[in-house]
Design a protein around this ligand. Structure first.
Ligand code: UD1
Ligand code: CA
Length: 454
């Protein structure tokens, strides 16, 4: 069975009160439309098109980046009119699935179920039951419980308004029948729009079988019309992510205080304290501890490593048994070998830190290759930038750098070198020797401290 998917995304989103197109608002840091496109792609459709209109200046470049076909709906004359714009894509396949760009959390399993229950020449509707169905189209059934039509809120009488089963908007239709019937759609209704939902009564009239899948989780079919609804869906999504992590063996101090904005793979017996954000692609091996308020993005964390509170890790690789933080910042290109230690107020960037090496306090280590068992004293700075170019610092094994030293790159500290505290190292420091640049100490006897002027 060949399938095309049409995602409707031309609507205005007035209630968002935003200069940003509604479908571009992020949920878990991805645009709403990205969620729908990603789910659509899991169904492997032959054709995937998005109907854009309002905010097309933002939506079209986004679609280009996603290699998805765009169809423009110049005037928003209703959901039926929107589908008409995509006929050239629809006619290439046997069935068409209509999705909404502002309904981000539908699972692909649910859509597959809709495809499975809908006969080839029939029509399938994804529905849900709501305690308060206000605003939605109602699924109207006859005594035999067969669907006979969908009636929009604004066109419904009191009895119809009492129906709790509502239209999600997500619908599967036979392409040829749809194309030949679209011109029968009128706009003689309360909103003066061409309703896609009117296709249901037309299908019943033509003797098509109508199948429904009723979603138990309302969030799967919930649309975003306001920022409040966006926040509700974000929370729902985040709780799902937290649940998945816990199911896979991760302890969360509070599942309501974790944000996953990407893909996380985990081992077991990991503990994560409150207010942690995991972004991009993160993999965390077993027995890792992550303290409160850490932000970890595009990183690999090795087995048994401990990341203390308020640390940031970006595009870095952390080995096994490593200690980080509190208040450490690992910038892109940091690679920590096993048992390394990066302490408080230490910033690293493009740096390879060898096995068991320690940078414990108040340092900047950038563009550096460091061997094993090195000890970098507090306040050590690699001066990697000459104002025009970046240069590397090379540090061998077993090097000891005294506190408050500057290493002016390009420079090499050979294996076993010792640097005296407070040195400014501009030339290579030889192996197994003490190198220092400190001024000699002097004492001024009887020196008077300045006193405050009256
Ligand atoms: C629609 C359904 C309603 C359903 C509800 C679920 C119709 C007539 N009604 O109502 O039965 O319960 O969704 O949320 O279909 N769009 C376009 N072009 C248009 C109009 C809409 O692309 O000309 C897009 C919007 O961007 C949106 C979707 O279609 O993604 C739904 O449009 P909206 O105006 O929100 O429809 P509702 O009135 O909520
Ligand atoms: Ca809507």
């Amino acid at each position: 069975m060949s399938l095309s998917i049409v995602i409707l995304a031309a609507g205005k989103g007035t209630r968002m009160k935003s200069a940003m197109a509604k479908v571009m608002h992020p949920l878990a840091s991805r645009p709403l439309l990205q969620h729908v496109i990603d789910t659509a792609k899991t169904l492997l459709p032959q054709q995937l098109s998005v109907v854009a209109g309002n905010g097309a200046d933002q939506v079209l470049p986004f679609l280009e980046g996603n290699q998805v076909d765009a169809v423009i709906q110049e005037q928003q004359l209703g959901t039926g009119h929107a589908v008409m714009q995509a006929i050239s894509a629809i006619e290439k396949t046997e069935q068409v699935l209509v999705l909404y760009g502002d309904v981000p959390l539908t699972r692909s399993e649910t859509l597959q179920q809709l495809i499975d229950v809908t006969s080839k020449q029939g029509l399938g509707i994804l529905t849900t039951k709501l305690d308060d169905p206000t605003g939605y189209g109602r699924i109207v059934r006859n005594d035999a419980d067969d669907v006979i039509c969908i009636t929009e809120q604004k066109d419904a009488d009191e009895a119809t308004k009492a129906i709790k089963e509502v239209n999600s908007g997500i619908m599967l239709l036979p392409s040829q029948w749809l194309i030949s019937s679209l011109d029968k759609l009128g706009n003689n209704n309360a909103q003066g729009e061409y309703y896609l939902t009117d296709m249901v009564a037309l299908a019943v009239g033509d003797g098509l079988h109508i199948a429904t899948v009723c979603c138990e989780d309302n969030a799967e079919v919930a649309g975003v019309n306001t920022r409040q609804q966006l926040a509700e869906l974000e929370r729902h999504y985040q709780l799902q992510q937290a649940n998945t992590l816990m199911t896979n063996g991760v302890t969360l101090a509070d599942p309501a205080r974790l944000d996953v904005r990407g893909t996380v793979t985990t081992g077991t017996d990991i503990t994560i304290d409150v207010n942690v954000i995991l972004e991009g692609n993160v993999s965390i091996a077993s027995n890792v501890e992550i303290g409160a308020n850490c932000i970890i993005k595009d990183a690999e964390i090795g087995e048994g490593s401990v990341i203390l509170a308020n640390s940031m890790i970006d595009s870095s690789v952390v080995g096994e048994g490593v200690n980080i933080g509190p208040f450490a910042r690992l910038r892109p290109g940091t690679v920590l070998a096993d048992k390394a230690k990066i302490g408080n107020f230490v910033e690293t960037k493009n740096a390879n830190i060898g096995l068991g090496s320690k940078v414990n306090h108040l340092s900047y280590i950038g563009d550096t290759d460091m061997g094993s068992d090195v000890n970098i004293g507090a306040g050590t700075i690699t001066c990697n930038y000459d104002g025009a170019n970046k240069h590397r610092t090379t540090i061998g094994d077993r090097v000891f750098v005294g506190s408050d030293s500057q290493l002016v790159a390009p420079v090499t500290l050979e294996d076993g070198a010792t640097i005296g505290a407070g040195s400014t190292i501009r030339k290579d420091a030889p192996s197994e020797a003490l190198t220092l640049t400190k001024n000699s100490q002097k004492t001024v006897a009887g020196w008077q401290r300045p006193v405050k002027k009256k």
